[in-house]
Design a protein around this ligand. Sequence first.
Ligand code: GLU
Length: 551
Amino acid sequence: MTDHKRTAQLIFPDVEKTTEYYEELYPPRELPEGARVTRFSPSPTGYLHFGGLYASYASKLTAERSGGLFMLRIEDTDKKREVEGGVDCIINGLAAFGVAPDEGVTGEGTEKGNYGPYTQSLRREIYRAFAKKLVEEGRAYPCFCTPEELEDIRNRQENEDIKGYYGKYAKCRDLSDEEIEEKIKNGTPFTVRLRSEGDILRKIRFDDMIKGKIEMSENVNDIVILKTDGIPTYHFAHAVDDHLMRTTHVVRGDEWIASVPLHLELFRALGFKPVKYAHFAPIMKEENGGKRKISKRKDPEANVTFYIEKGYPEESVREYILTILNSDFEDWRRANKTEDISKFPFNLKKMSLSGALFDIVKFNDVSKNAISVMSAQKVYELVEKWAQDYDKELYELFTADSEKAKAILNIDRENPKPRKDIACWSEVRDYVTYFYNELYTPEFTLPYRMDKQSVAEILGKYKDMYSDSDSKDEWFAKIKELCEQCGYAPNVKEYKQNPDAFKGHVGDVSSVIRVAVTSRVNTPDLYYIMQILGKGEVIRRIDSVIDSIKG
Ligand code: GLU
């Protein structure tokens, strides 16, 4: 009879607290019936993948809807993968898009919640208590195999269907108490392995919230739960954490499905109630007529930093993520144009089976829509905040005269049919260029169908008519009058009825004025543009075009 308790004491002489102690320290949460507790548990690799934000938003929504909460846990047991600033990168990425956790790591060494610490490297004692329990119960054992011995096992398994440390390969599974004691006393390095009770011929079944019923072979591997330095492996640590943090639902990428048999065995061995899983397919993108996963290496938009640097507002990002999270979101949005996004009945079960499709064109459209319904004041504040970090010149121009900036942003806004031409704040510079001589390089190209002489005539006459005290109606009436003076139809209808009688129509005339004043064919309402520029500047620009034509 092997004495597991003795082995446990030999391995963990330092562990004083029992698992019961931790069970009491982290009791079941007092939440309403059916409340979901979810988490995002990344490794701090210095990169927040769009898929991570997507999963976090789904986790946060499902928690919110059920009266539960969403946690952020940092899984830093693999120090090799850790990057300096990696934790902040995750925290800032989530916060920038309104997906901040309700509980967990909050940055700069701080955290909130009663179920912490929420950083795995600070939970060493907890894992050791649970590992000790497993050893005491004979569900885990020390393994003294050297890296060479493990390599040898791998080489011998080339033709095996199942690779790993199991069955006849699990050399240290049945060491005697004496052998164990001798090796430990000699200081032989060891890992601690789970003693799997799985049988490859038996199946486990679980109901995935996205994928439905899944049946897989049981785990048979005696996986390492504590490494030689006493640090737990991800598999072990996450099981202990999800239990003690009272997680109920795990939303994660479907690359983890292969680990579910192992995770369920760990939960069972530890006496934990298993969590519910929602494994989602990778986010895809179309390329050359096919589809592929969005990739960290190839696609800048795979990194959440991209959206921060480009200046996409959080509303746009959340709105787009919901579009690809639940396929009925767009219909809901069409029917509820101004409703707060939190009213949408989000459901994990409606997540795509085959992988949501990321489409930057669509994303920009969604963003333009979201920005178009914001007030000028809000747009101004968000642009100012973004520009402070990413476009100093624009920031200076905006803050030097914020009323002017707001007036620009207010053109064709705050009405039932707002313009939709800004997708992100890095586009604002281009959008406002012609309002600021510091940014503007005039470039007059003759509008379609126009000759120099007619342009000079139109601009020459218009210059004398323009008054900045005209109302919008008066301003437009003057353009029509100008049409008549220069041989253009004052409206398109008249022109179409009798095209030979005119040189063109009012559209051509206003186009000349527009291009002269802004160097653009397409702009928001020209009347307001001219109002903001002021009469002096309008006339100067018109004059310089006339000069350039004549010269
Ligand atoms: N830390 C794991 C990762 O880096 C999380 C896996 C899980 O969510 O269970 O992806």
